[in-house]
Design a protein around this ligand. Structure first.
Ligand SMILES: [Zn+2]
Ligand SMILES: [Zn+2]
Length: 226
């Protein structure tokens, strides 16, 4: 049976100050590692917004999209599907949320969306079919989100610089009956390809990504033993 690898959580150095690899290069590295689809989830973080104080919201979003656009251009050259996502943190608290299934217009059209907080953001996005997964919920400093306001949690986070409590996250998701995803949280080459999803069908668009996530018809990549 044909299988397709999907990265759900990765950063580009153009947009995420904490990441080391530019969008063009990281897409090439993912192709070498056998991934078919990558979702760029740069930090949409209050710190990012503050760092561009003085720019209009439209200009801030343009800056935010720089890494995604570089990745998407390279992906179309070399045959990797590149989909826009984000790792969103609100001003209300320390949690990070992986958000999937939106077009860049959604960012342009919702100024200061990082100030909404999870509850209002959920109300805004649910009618559009946008999916929200809490990233690394058992990493130090995180708080468990209300399960009613999310679609699931990241039960494997492959970033080697953090202890993300992956075993605890998986046990919690199983106990709560929450949907699970896995991602590398790639910032540096050592993280790259540590996690992700394996799908029986290709995922080439955000719509197909949402369908896959709703279906639950995928396997999780990751090593829970360490
Ligand atoms: Zn980061
Ligand atoms: Zn991340």
């Amino acid at each position: 049976m044909q299988q397709y690898r999907i990265e759900t959580h990765m950063h580009t150095s153009e947009t995420s100050a904490c990441a080391a690899i530019p969008g063009e290069e990281i897409v090439r590295l993912y192709k070498q590692r056998g991934y078919d689809t990558v979702i760029i989830t740069d930090h949409f973080h209050p710190r990012f917004v503050r760092s561009h104080a003085g720019l209009s919201w439209q200009e801030k979003v343009e800056r935010y999209l720089a890494g995604f656009r570089a990745a998407a251009a390279e992906g179309s050259r070399i045959g990797v599907h590149v989909i826009l996502g984000m790792e969103l943190r609100f001003t209300e608290g320390p949690n990070d949320y992986l958000v999937y299934g939106f077009h860049e217009d959604f960012l342009f059209n919702n100024p200061d969306l990082h100030e909404l907080g999870l509850k209002r953001f959920r109300g805004l996005t649910l009618p559009h079919g946008i999916r929200i997964y809490q990233a690394h919920p058992f990493r130090k400093g995180m708080q468990l989100a209300d399960p009613a306001l999310i679609d699931g949690i990241e039960v494997f986070n492959g970033n080697v610089q953090h202890d993300s409590g992956n075993s605890a996250a998986k046990a919690y998701a199983e106990q709560q009956g929450l949907a699970m995803i896995s991602g590398s949280d790639a910032h540096w080459e050592e993280d790259l390809g540590n996690g992700g999803l394996v799908s029986p069908r290709p995922v080439t668009t955000r719509e197909e990504l949402v369908e896959l996530l709703i279906s639950g018809d995928y396997q999780l990549l990751g090593d829970w033993s360490s």
